[in-house]
Design a binder for this molecule. Sequence first.
Ligand SMILES: Cc1ncc(COP(=O)(O)O)c(C=O)c1O
Length: 367
Amino acid sequence: MPIEVESPEEMGYSTIQYNLAESSVRDRTIGELGIDLSNVLMNYGHHRGLPQLQEAICEESKVLKAEHVLVTAGAAQALYLVATTLLNPEDHLIVVRPNYGTNLETPRGIRCGMSVIDLSFESGFQPDIDQIQKAIRSNTKLISITHPHNPTGVFVSQSTIDSLIQLGEKQGCYLLIDETYRHLNFKTPLLPYFAEKSNRVISVSSLSKAFGAPGIRIGWVISRDAKLQHDLLAAKEQMIISNSVVDEYIALQIFLQKEKLLKEVHSTLQTNYQIVEEWLKANEAVFEWFTPDAGAVVFPRIKKSIQIDFSRFNDRLYSHYHTVVGGGHWFEQNQHYMRIGFGYPTASELSIGLKNVINCIEDSVIH
Ligand SMILES: Cc1ncc(COP(=O)(O)O)c(C=O)c1O
């Protein structure tokens, strides 16, 4: 996936001064969180996940119980487990795009039938329920969406989600809702996990985006369907048996500080998004965009009327301005789009990085 090849991890964090390519908040240290690992026993962990961690994950819900939660190595593994458990080559899935790479690439690897529903700028990146309904086949096993959406940060409307749940129930297929950005709700109260609503809904999330802890690789998949939980556990056991007990211990300590950590994060996102919005408004002649409902990213589009040498733009932004953004091609979109992450940089890095982006666009205009 281009997002992996061109990610800041691959390019080297030390080579980037203004990192506007991340979809998460700034990474934290174990020391900063006051976590002491000296008594962690390095045994095999519980296969479903540390029980206290399962409890902590479903504390957000009055409906969900620990048995509905399977702890995984990040949301990425959760998505991989869902796809490989539910889909065989003779099956079919419906997936919205743009989307996180794994939601497209793993089903492609399985070589199952696939209907890609492209979201458009013109429709505010909202899935069209009629289009999804028309794509349903007798062998459709899964419908896959992301909410809050990556790379736009927009919410799928509640009425569309309700219709998709009804559709899944009627067709007997599952609805996967990738909720990896759920805790970056810096404008609105946290919604319950959608998996609460039906045993046909699978929710996936992780500690990677809002808690500054992507490196501990802790995510989870939530489903109230006991048979599916059993199959997902069997798949996890084939891959890793159990999670790292060190990761799980740290994750539990993070959950114990969750309210405080999220309060700080939401305040940073509010401040930083204001910087982005002012910049976008000052450059309305260049960009069009949708304001994110949540998350730490915005996905502006350079107006079609502006001709850009994108190869020069991409090279120069990194080599001359020491700045990176997520290219539209990371999401199988054209190069007029870019994903700007506003949760990771400091306010000052963000302001300079944004200035660099507009200067680099000016340097790359074809007159
Ligand atoms: C929508 C979405 N799902 C899943 C992931 C994977 O996250 P994790 O680090 O929890 O594996 C990402 C990471 O960017 C993402 O954007």
